[in-house]
Ligand binder design. Structure first.
Ligand SMILES: Nc1ncnc2c1ncn2[C@@H]1O[C@H](COP(=O)(O)OP(=O)(O)OP(=O)(O)O)[C@@H](O)[C@H]1O
Length: 246
């Protein structure tokens, strides 16, 4: 399988007012990596993920997706290479679950779910995300957690090489969070994909990621193997948690 690398060098992003949200972000991730980006509310995690996914242009520096150490893929914005889960997505009206999950395939192939011409085994994906019983349910009638699983199922159907998942575990109950950890590990390993996640759930982060990085006050303050991060006792400092007896 072709190895893949996601690299950034000195990435920075400033908003129109000139305020710098983050700077000096440099990293190199490889196929198979699951990275969890941590930081306080407003630290710039979603913005960094959007820059890495090519949805926002960096103000400085660059981010590239490479198919070998120095062989640049056509464009890291190549739709087939990247899939993106936003923190919040408004549910489209007049779509049911299977229509939403198979939409890209349907548009690409100008066919329908019932025509048996689709390249993806949607029933398998629906079963995987515990959605089979909701296959024909309108999106507006789903619970919050069911809607999140539908969005994740659509991303799994994309078979993209790099997944950017902004708080994918939010709204999920304990069992479905557990299932998601297993599915991400399997996806990253089997496809040699990179999965770049943000999360506020430290238990989830610890279970899912082999790499941890962090933003604080606009700075790229951490980037290491997960084990090293959890041994470092930096978590309290990162989140500014004070001992209540102090
Ligand atoms: N276009 C913009 N113009 C001005 N400020 C912005 C813009 N986009 C983001 N911000 C600000 O930048 C900061 C970082 O936002 P971002 O959504 O990246 O944070 P986050 O770390 O993902 O936060 P959370 O954990 O709360 O989701 C916030 O204070 C936000 O208000």
């Amino acid at each position: 399988m072709t190895p893949i690398f996601l690299k950034s060098l000195d990435l920075a992003y400033a908003v129109k007012s000139g305020k710098i949200l983050f700077r000096n972000v440099s990293f190199e991730f490889t196929g198979g990596d699951i990275i969890c980006l941590l930081g306080n509310n407003g630290a710039g995690k979603s913005t960094l993920l959007k820059v890495c996914a090519g949805l926002l242009e960096p103000s400085y520096g660059q981010v590239s997706l490479l198919k070998s150490q120095d062989d640049l893929l056509k464009s890291h914005k190549n739709r087939k290479s990247i899939s993106w889960l936003p923190q919040q997505l408004i549910r489209p009206e007049n779509f049911n679950v299977i229509e939403f999950i198979s939409l890209s395939d349907f548009l690409n192939r100008n066919t329908s779910y019932l025509s048996n011409e689709l390249s993806i085994d949607y029933d398998n994906i629906l079963r995987d995300f515990d959605l089979m019983h909701l296959k024909n349910t309108e999106l507006v009638d789903l619970s919050g957690g069911e809607w999140k699983r539908v969005q994740l199922a659509r991303i799994w159907a994309s078979k993209a090489k790099v997944l950017f998942l902004d708080e994918p575990e939010s709204d999920l109950d304990a069992r479905h969070k557990h299932d998601l950890i297993y599915k991400c590990k399997l996806y990253a390993r089997e496809n040699q994909s990179i999965i770049f996640i943000t999360s506020h759930d430290l238990f989830f982060a610890r279970e899912i990621a082999n790499k941890i990085c962090a933003l604080s006050d606009g700075l790229w303050v951490w980037n290491s193997d997960s084990d090293f991060f959890w041994r470092s006792n930096i978590v309290q400092k990162l989140y500014g948690i004070r001992n209540s007896l102090e």
